[in-house]
Every structure is written in structure tokens, then in C-alpha cells.
Design a protein around this ligand. Structure first.
Ligand SMILES: *Cc1c(COP(=O)(O)O)cnc(C)c1O
Length: 386
């Protein structure tokens, strides 16, 4: 059975990435590796819109999140965490593990926090040093207005760090032109490579905080990572093969063009959403992210059976809901290496599986809606992802 992942991580791997990983391993303390690593870092910076160092860590995205807590704060410090899903909540859990008092701004899952809600937390907790939040909340498919929130935080002297795990490579973050002070992401989402790398980028205010931060850290010492990066090195043995994969993926993104990459995600997301609503289904989030489309499971349909059939009969793997949303959501991922043809396959499999499970629909209606969406977006000419 041919299987394609349409999950919000891990995502589909381009052939160029697979080929890069199949190459014989090289040694990391060599000029060959250093040149490649520095070039990879430059491409990652370009994609984030920054001249600040991008640090590559051998861990998944959550490790990068942890590093952004342990390197910015000291025991007893206060932070604000904006939470409207599983991943927002992870910031809170990390703060708690490190003895940082984290004040939550909680919104109902599926909703996004408003600037006003965050501002009232900023007023209530004037000692908070950092505000942590998720950009694209993968568990609910919601997109938080991080740039507006960061502006409000900056006005009060609070640094903003975002989890961009499913927004890096999907949205133009323009880091240097924004009020964001830190961004973290991982490798198995918009970067189109397997899991195993985490990335951190800090702006000047975050580095100033890092100098005073005293929380314990050893492996994820970002000041050391930054110093090593200047010479194309890492403090410890890097995940060499994944760095080679990152180089291949970042090169693909640069070849396609930043603007084109973001526009393709917009088209893919629009088509997926239109297909879902044409089926009479409800989008779970009020502000849907271009990374993942979360759809509410309709009454009378088994939320576990549909994804299973999609995978087993149609070779299309999607995700369900997490935690209390288990069985209540379908999450259709379109982060990274997907084009128009892929999306037609995704929504075709989705409607076929719904039909198989007795959901009443007019066959072809989702595919038709997606086709029309692509046509309206002017994607008539064949688009090659690479
Ligand atoms: C995938 C994901 C993470 C990181 O999870 P890991 O399993 O550690 O890679 C963090 N935040 C969001 C929003 C994610 O989608």
C-alpha cells in the first residue's frame, strides 16, 4: 500500500531530502561539514527573515521550547503563557518544571487569544519577563495573532517567544521586522525533514535576558551553541544526517522562493477548508491556520473509524483530535511538501472515507470545491513543489 502522510508532523519528505540522507556520512569537525552547516544556517535565517543566529539543536521541537525557557529565566522568575491547546499548555508545563511561575491566559480550545486578553494579563503580572505562546496551535488548527500580541508585550518591556513549530515555512515571520524576541521550531513540520532537530532564534532583547538567566542548563546552553556556530561548529556531535537533510530542504525552499512557498500553503489550506465546508462540516477553529485544517467530527460519524479507513483503504494518513478532543476532530495536515495534486488526493480520500462510513454526501463535492478553490487562486498552471 502506498501511503502518504497528511499529518501535522511528521510531514511528507521530498526526494531531495531522502537522497541527502542516503549519502555516506561525513565527519563534523571538517571544513566540508562546517561550510555546509553555515550555508544551512544562512538559508534558515533567510527563511525566517533574520540576520540573528539560528541555532540548530539535536532534539525535537519541545527541546527547543525547553531551551527557550531555561536560557531566558532564573528560578522564581515569572512568565506569561498564552494557552488555547495542547502545545500552548506545554509552555506552562516547561515553566513549572523549572520553577518559573507561569501565569496562564487560557482560551477555549479552538479560539485564539485577543490582544486585550493578553494585555490584561500583562497588567496583572507586571513582574513577568517573558511571554510564551504558540503561533499555529496544531492541536486545534488555530492561528494566534502573535505579531499584535508581541507588540503589546514589547510596549510593557516583556519579551515574546513563540512556538513556530507549525508556522515556520508556512508563514512569513519576518523576524527582524517584527516585535518577536524569540522563535523556536522543529524539523518534521514545515522543514520537510524527519523529526530530530530543534531550532532557536533569539533577537537582541532575548540575548540580553539570556546573559542574566540562571536556570540550570548543560546540553542546551544556547550561549555556547552561539559561540560554536560562529566557527560552523556545535558544542556536541550534531545530528549530521539531519543537518544534511535540512540543507537539502532549505535549498528547495529557496529555489521555490519564500513568497511562493507561503502562497502555496495559502492555496492548499484554502482548498482543504473549502472542501471541508462543502461537505457540510465545521472548521474547529475560528481563525484557521494554513498548516493544518481541524474539522469537527459530525454527529453520527465515528471519529476514529474515518481516519483508519483513509489510511487503510486510500493510503492517506491524517490525525485525529488530542486529549479531550480525541474522536472529536479530524486534523488534515498540509505543512510542507504538498502541491495541488496532493490536496486533491487528500480531500478525495476524506470524502470517500466519509461515504464509506455512511455520512450522506454528494460524491465528488469535496474534490469539486477544492478544484474550484485552486482555479480561483489562479493555480491553473502545473506547480512543481521543488
Ligand atoms: C509538533 C509540535 C511541537 C513539537 O513537538 P515535538 O514532538 O517535540 O516535535 C511543538 N509545538 C507545536 C505547535 C507542534 O505542532
Amino acid at each position: 500500500m502506498k501511503r502518504v502522510l497528511f499529518t501535522p508532523g511528521p510531514t511528507q519528505l521530498p526526494t531531495e531530502v531522502l537522497e541527502a540522507m542516503a549519502r555516506p556520512i561525513i565527519h563534523h569537525r571538517t571544513d566540508e561539514y562546517r561550510t555546509l552547516f553555515l550555508e544551512t544556517t544562512r538559508l534558515l535565517q533567510e527563511h525566517l527573515g533574520t540576520t540573528q543566529p539560528v541555532l540548530t539543536l539535536s532534539c525535537s521541537g519541545s527541546g527547543a521550547m525547553e531551551a527557550a525557557v531555561s536560557n531566558l529565566l532564573s528560578a522564581g522568575d515569572e512568565a506569561i503563557v498564552v494557552e488555547g491547546g495542547k502545545f500552548g499548555n506545554r509552555w506552562h508545563s516547561i515553566c513549572e518544571a523549572y520553577g518559573v511561575a507561569s501565569h496562564k491566559v487560557s482560551v477555549e480550545w479552538g479560539r485564539v487569544a485577543t490582544v486585550e486578553e493578553v494585555e490584561s494579563a500583562l497588567s496583572a503580572h507586571p513582574k513577568a519577563k517573558v511571554l510564551y505562546l504558540t503561533h499555529s496551535e496544531t492541536s486545534t488548527g488555530a492561528l494566534f495573532p502573535v505579531h499584535d500580541i508581541a507588540r503589546a508585550a514589547k510596549a510593557r518591556g516583556v519579551a515574546t517567544v513563540i512556538d513556530a513549530v507549525t508556522s515556520y515555512g508556512v508563514y512569513d515571520l519576518r523576524f527582524d521586522q517584527s516585535d518577536l524576541d524569540g522563535v523556536v521550531w522543529g524539523s518534521q513540520k514545515g522543514l520537510m525533514i524527519p523529526p530530530g532537530l530543534g531550532f532557536v532564534c533569539f533577537g537582541p532583547s532575548a540575548w540580553a535576558l539570556a546573559e542574566k538567566a540562571r536556570l540550570p542548563r548543560f546540553y542546551f546552553n544556547l550561549a555556547k551553541a552561539r559561540a560554536a556556530l560562529e566557527k560552523g561548529d556545535t558544542p556536541f556531535t550534531p545530528a549530521i544526517t539531519l543537518v544534511l537533510a535540512t540543507h537539502a530542504a532549505a535549498t528547495l525552499m529557496a529555489k521555490e522562493g519564500r513568497t511562493q512557498v507561503f502562497a502555496r500553503h495559502q492555496r492548499n489550506a484554502d482548498a482543504t477548508r473549502r472542501a471541508a465546508t462543502a461537505l457540510g462540516l465545521r472548521l474547529f477553529s475560528e481563525v484557521p491556520s494554513n498548516a493544518v485544517t481541524a474539522v469537527t467530527v459530525p454527529a453520527g460519524v465515528d471519529g476514529g473509524a474515518v481516519p483508519k479507513t483513509m489510511e487503510q483503504r486510500y493510503g492517506v494518513k491524517i490525525a485525529g483530535g488530542q486529549d479531550h478532543l480525541k474522536g472529536k476532530l479530524f486534523r488534515l495536515g498540509h505543512i510542507g511538501h504538498y502541491d495541488e495534486g496532493d490536496i486533491l488526493r487528500l480531500v478525495g480520500a476524506f470524502e470517500s472515507a466519509l461515504l464509506d462510513h455512511g455520512y450522506r454526501l454528494e460524491p465528488g463535492i469535496a474534490v469539486k470545491a477544492a478544484q474550484e478553490s485552486f482555479r480561483r487562486a489562479g493555480a491553473g498552471a502545473p506547480v512543481r513543489v521543488a
